[in-house]
Design a protein around this ligand. Structure first.
Ligand SMILES: CC(C)(COP(=O)(O)OP(=O)(O)OC[C@H]1O[C@@H](n2cnc3c(N)ncnc32)[C@H](O)[C@@H]1OP(=O)(O)O)[C@@H](O)C(=O)NCCC(=O)NCCS
Length: 187
């Protein structure tokens, strides 16, 4: 009996993506996430600081399980998209994703970058990629749920041109929103 083959999207190699030079002068590559990224995602998770993980996931998690990493690395293109930034050694230094909401005109996004590379432009590069992809799909706005004390993310979003609104049903949480009819604010 033959072994079932994984779906075509899983068999294909990851694309090489786009190379760019960050503010630290080093070369990075930005590409769509791929199922083969699971071990690199787990390693990248170990480099995050616990507070950053809480801000991104709203939970305290010590390690990214194989199951969770597999879920992160396998995105159904019908409902979302996810990208990673890799350094010259192929290590993941940033990740961002969106999921189109039920109505279809908006999408929830999330982004995280390696804390040792904060301020080097990796988050900005990832947001540009998300916005480009979301626009191509006809998404009108990207919104993110952010803890009110997450000044890092709030300031990052403000710099890129997002508006901010309190979440009515979740105290302590803020929504940031990028209107995709406008460009992201430049530096
Ligand atoms: C928020 C986060 C993604 C920013 O990533 P980053 O790679 O450091 O961001 P960049 O270097 O691309 O910075 C982009 C802009 O935001 C500004 N910025 C980033 N962090 C900032 C901070 N802590 N305070 C002030 N400004 C900040 C930068 O100055 C930069 O401005 P410029 O491009 O106009 O010069 C990163 O800090 C992170 O991973 N935070 C934890 C995860 C998280 O909270 N995710 C939110 C869930 S949606």
């Amino acid at each position: 009996m033959s072994t079932p083959r994984p779906p075509a999207a899983t068999r294909r190699s990851p694309t090489r993506g786009r190379a760019f030079r960050a503010r630290d002068g080093r070369l990075y590559r930005l590409r769509a996430i791929h199922p083969s990224d699971v071990p690199a995602l787990q390693r990248a998770f170990q480099r995050l600081d616990p507070e950053q993980v809480r801000q991104r996931t709203f939970h305290r998690i010590n390690e990214l399980s194989l199951e969770a990493a597999t879920r992160f690395a396998t995105v159904d293109p019908a409902v979302g998209a996810a990208y990673v930034v890799l350094d010259e050694d192929g290590e993941i230094r940033g990740e961002a994703r969106f999921f189109v909401d039920a109505v279809g005109s908006g999408a929830e996004f999330a982004v995280i970058t390696d804390p040792t590379l904060a301020g080097h432009g990796l988050g900005r590069a990832l947001m540009h990629r998300l916005v480009r992809e979301a626009r191509q799909r006809g998404v009108a706005s990207l919104w993110g749920t952010v803890l009110a004390q997450n000044t890092q993310m709030l300031e990052f979003s403000r710099r890129l041109g997002a508006t901010r609104e309190a979440s009515e049903d979740e105290p302590g949480v803020v929504r940031v929103r990028f209107d995709l009819s406008h460009r992201l604010r430049r530096r």
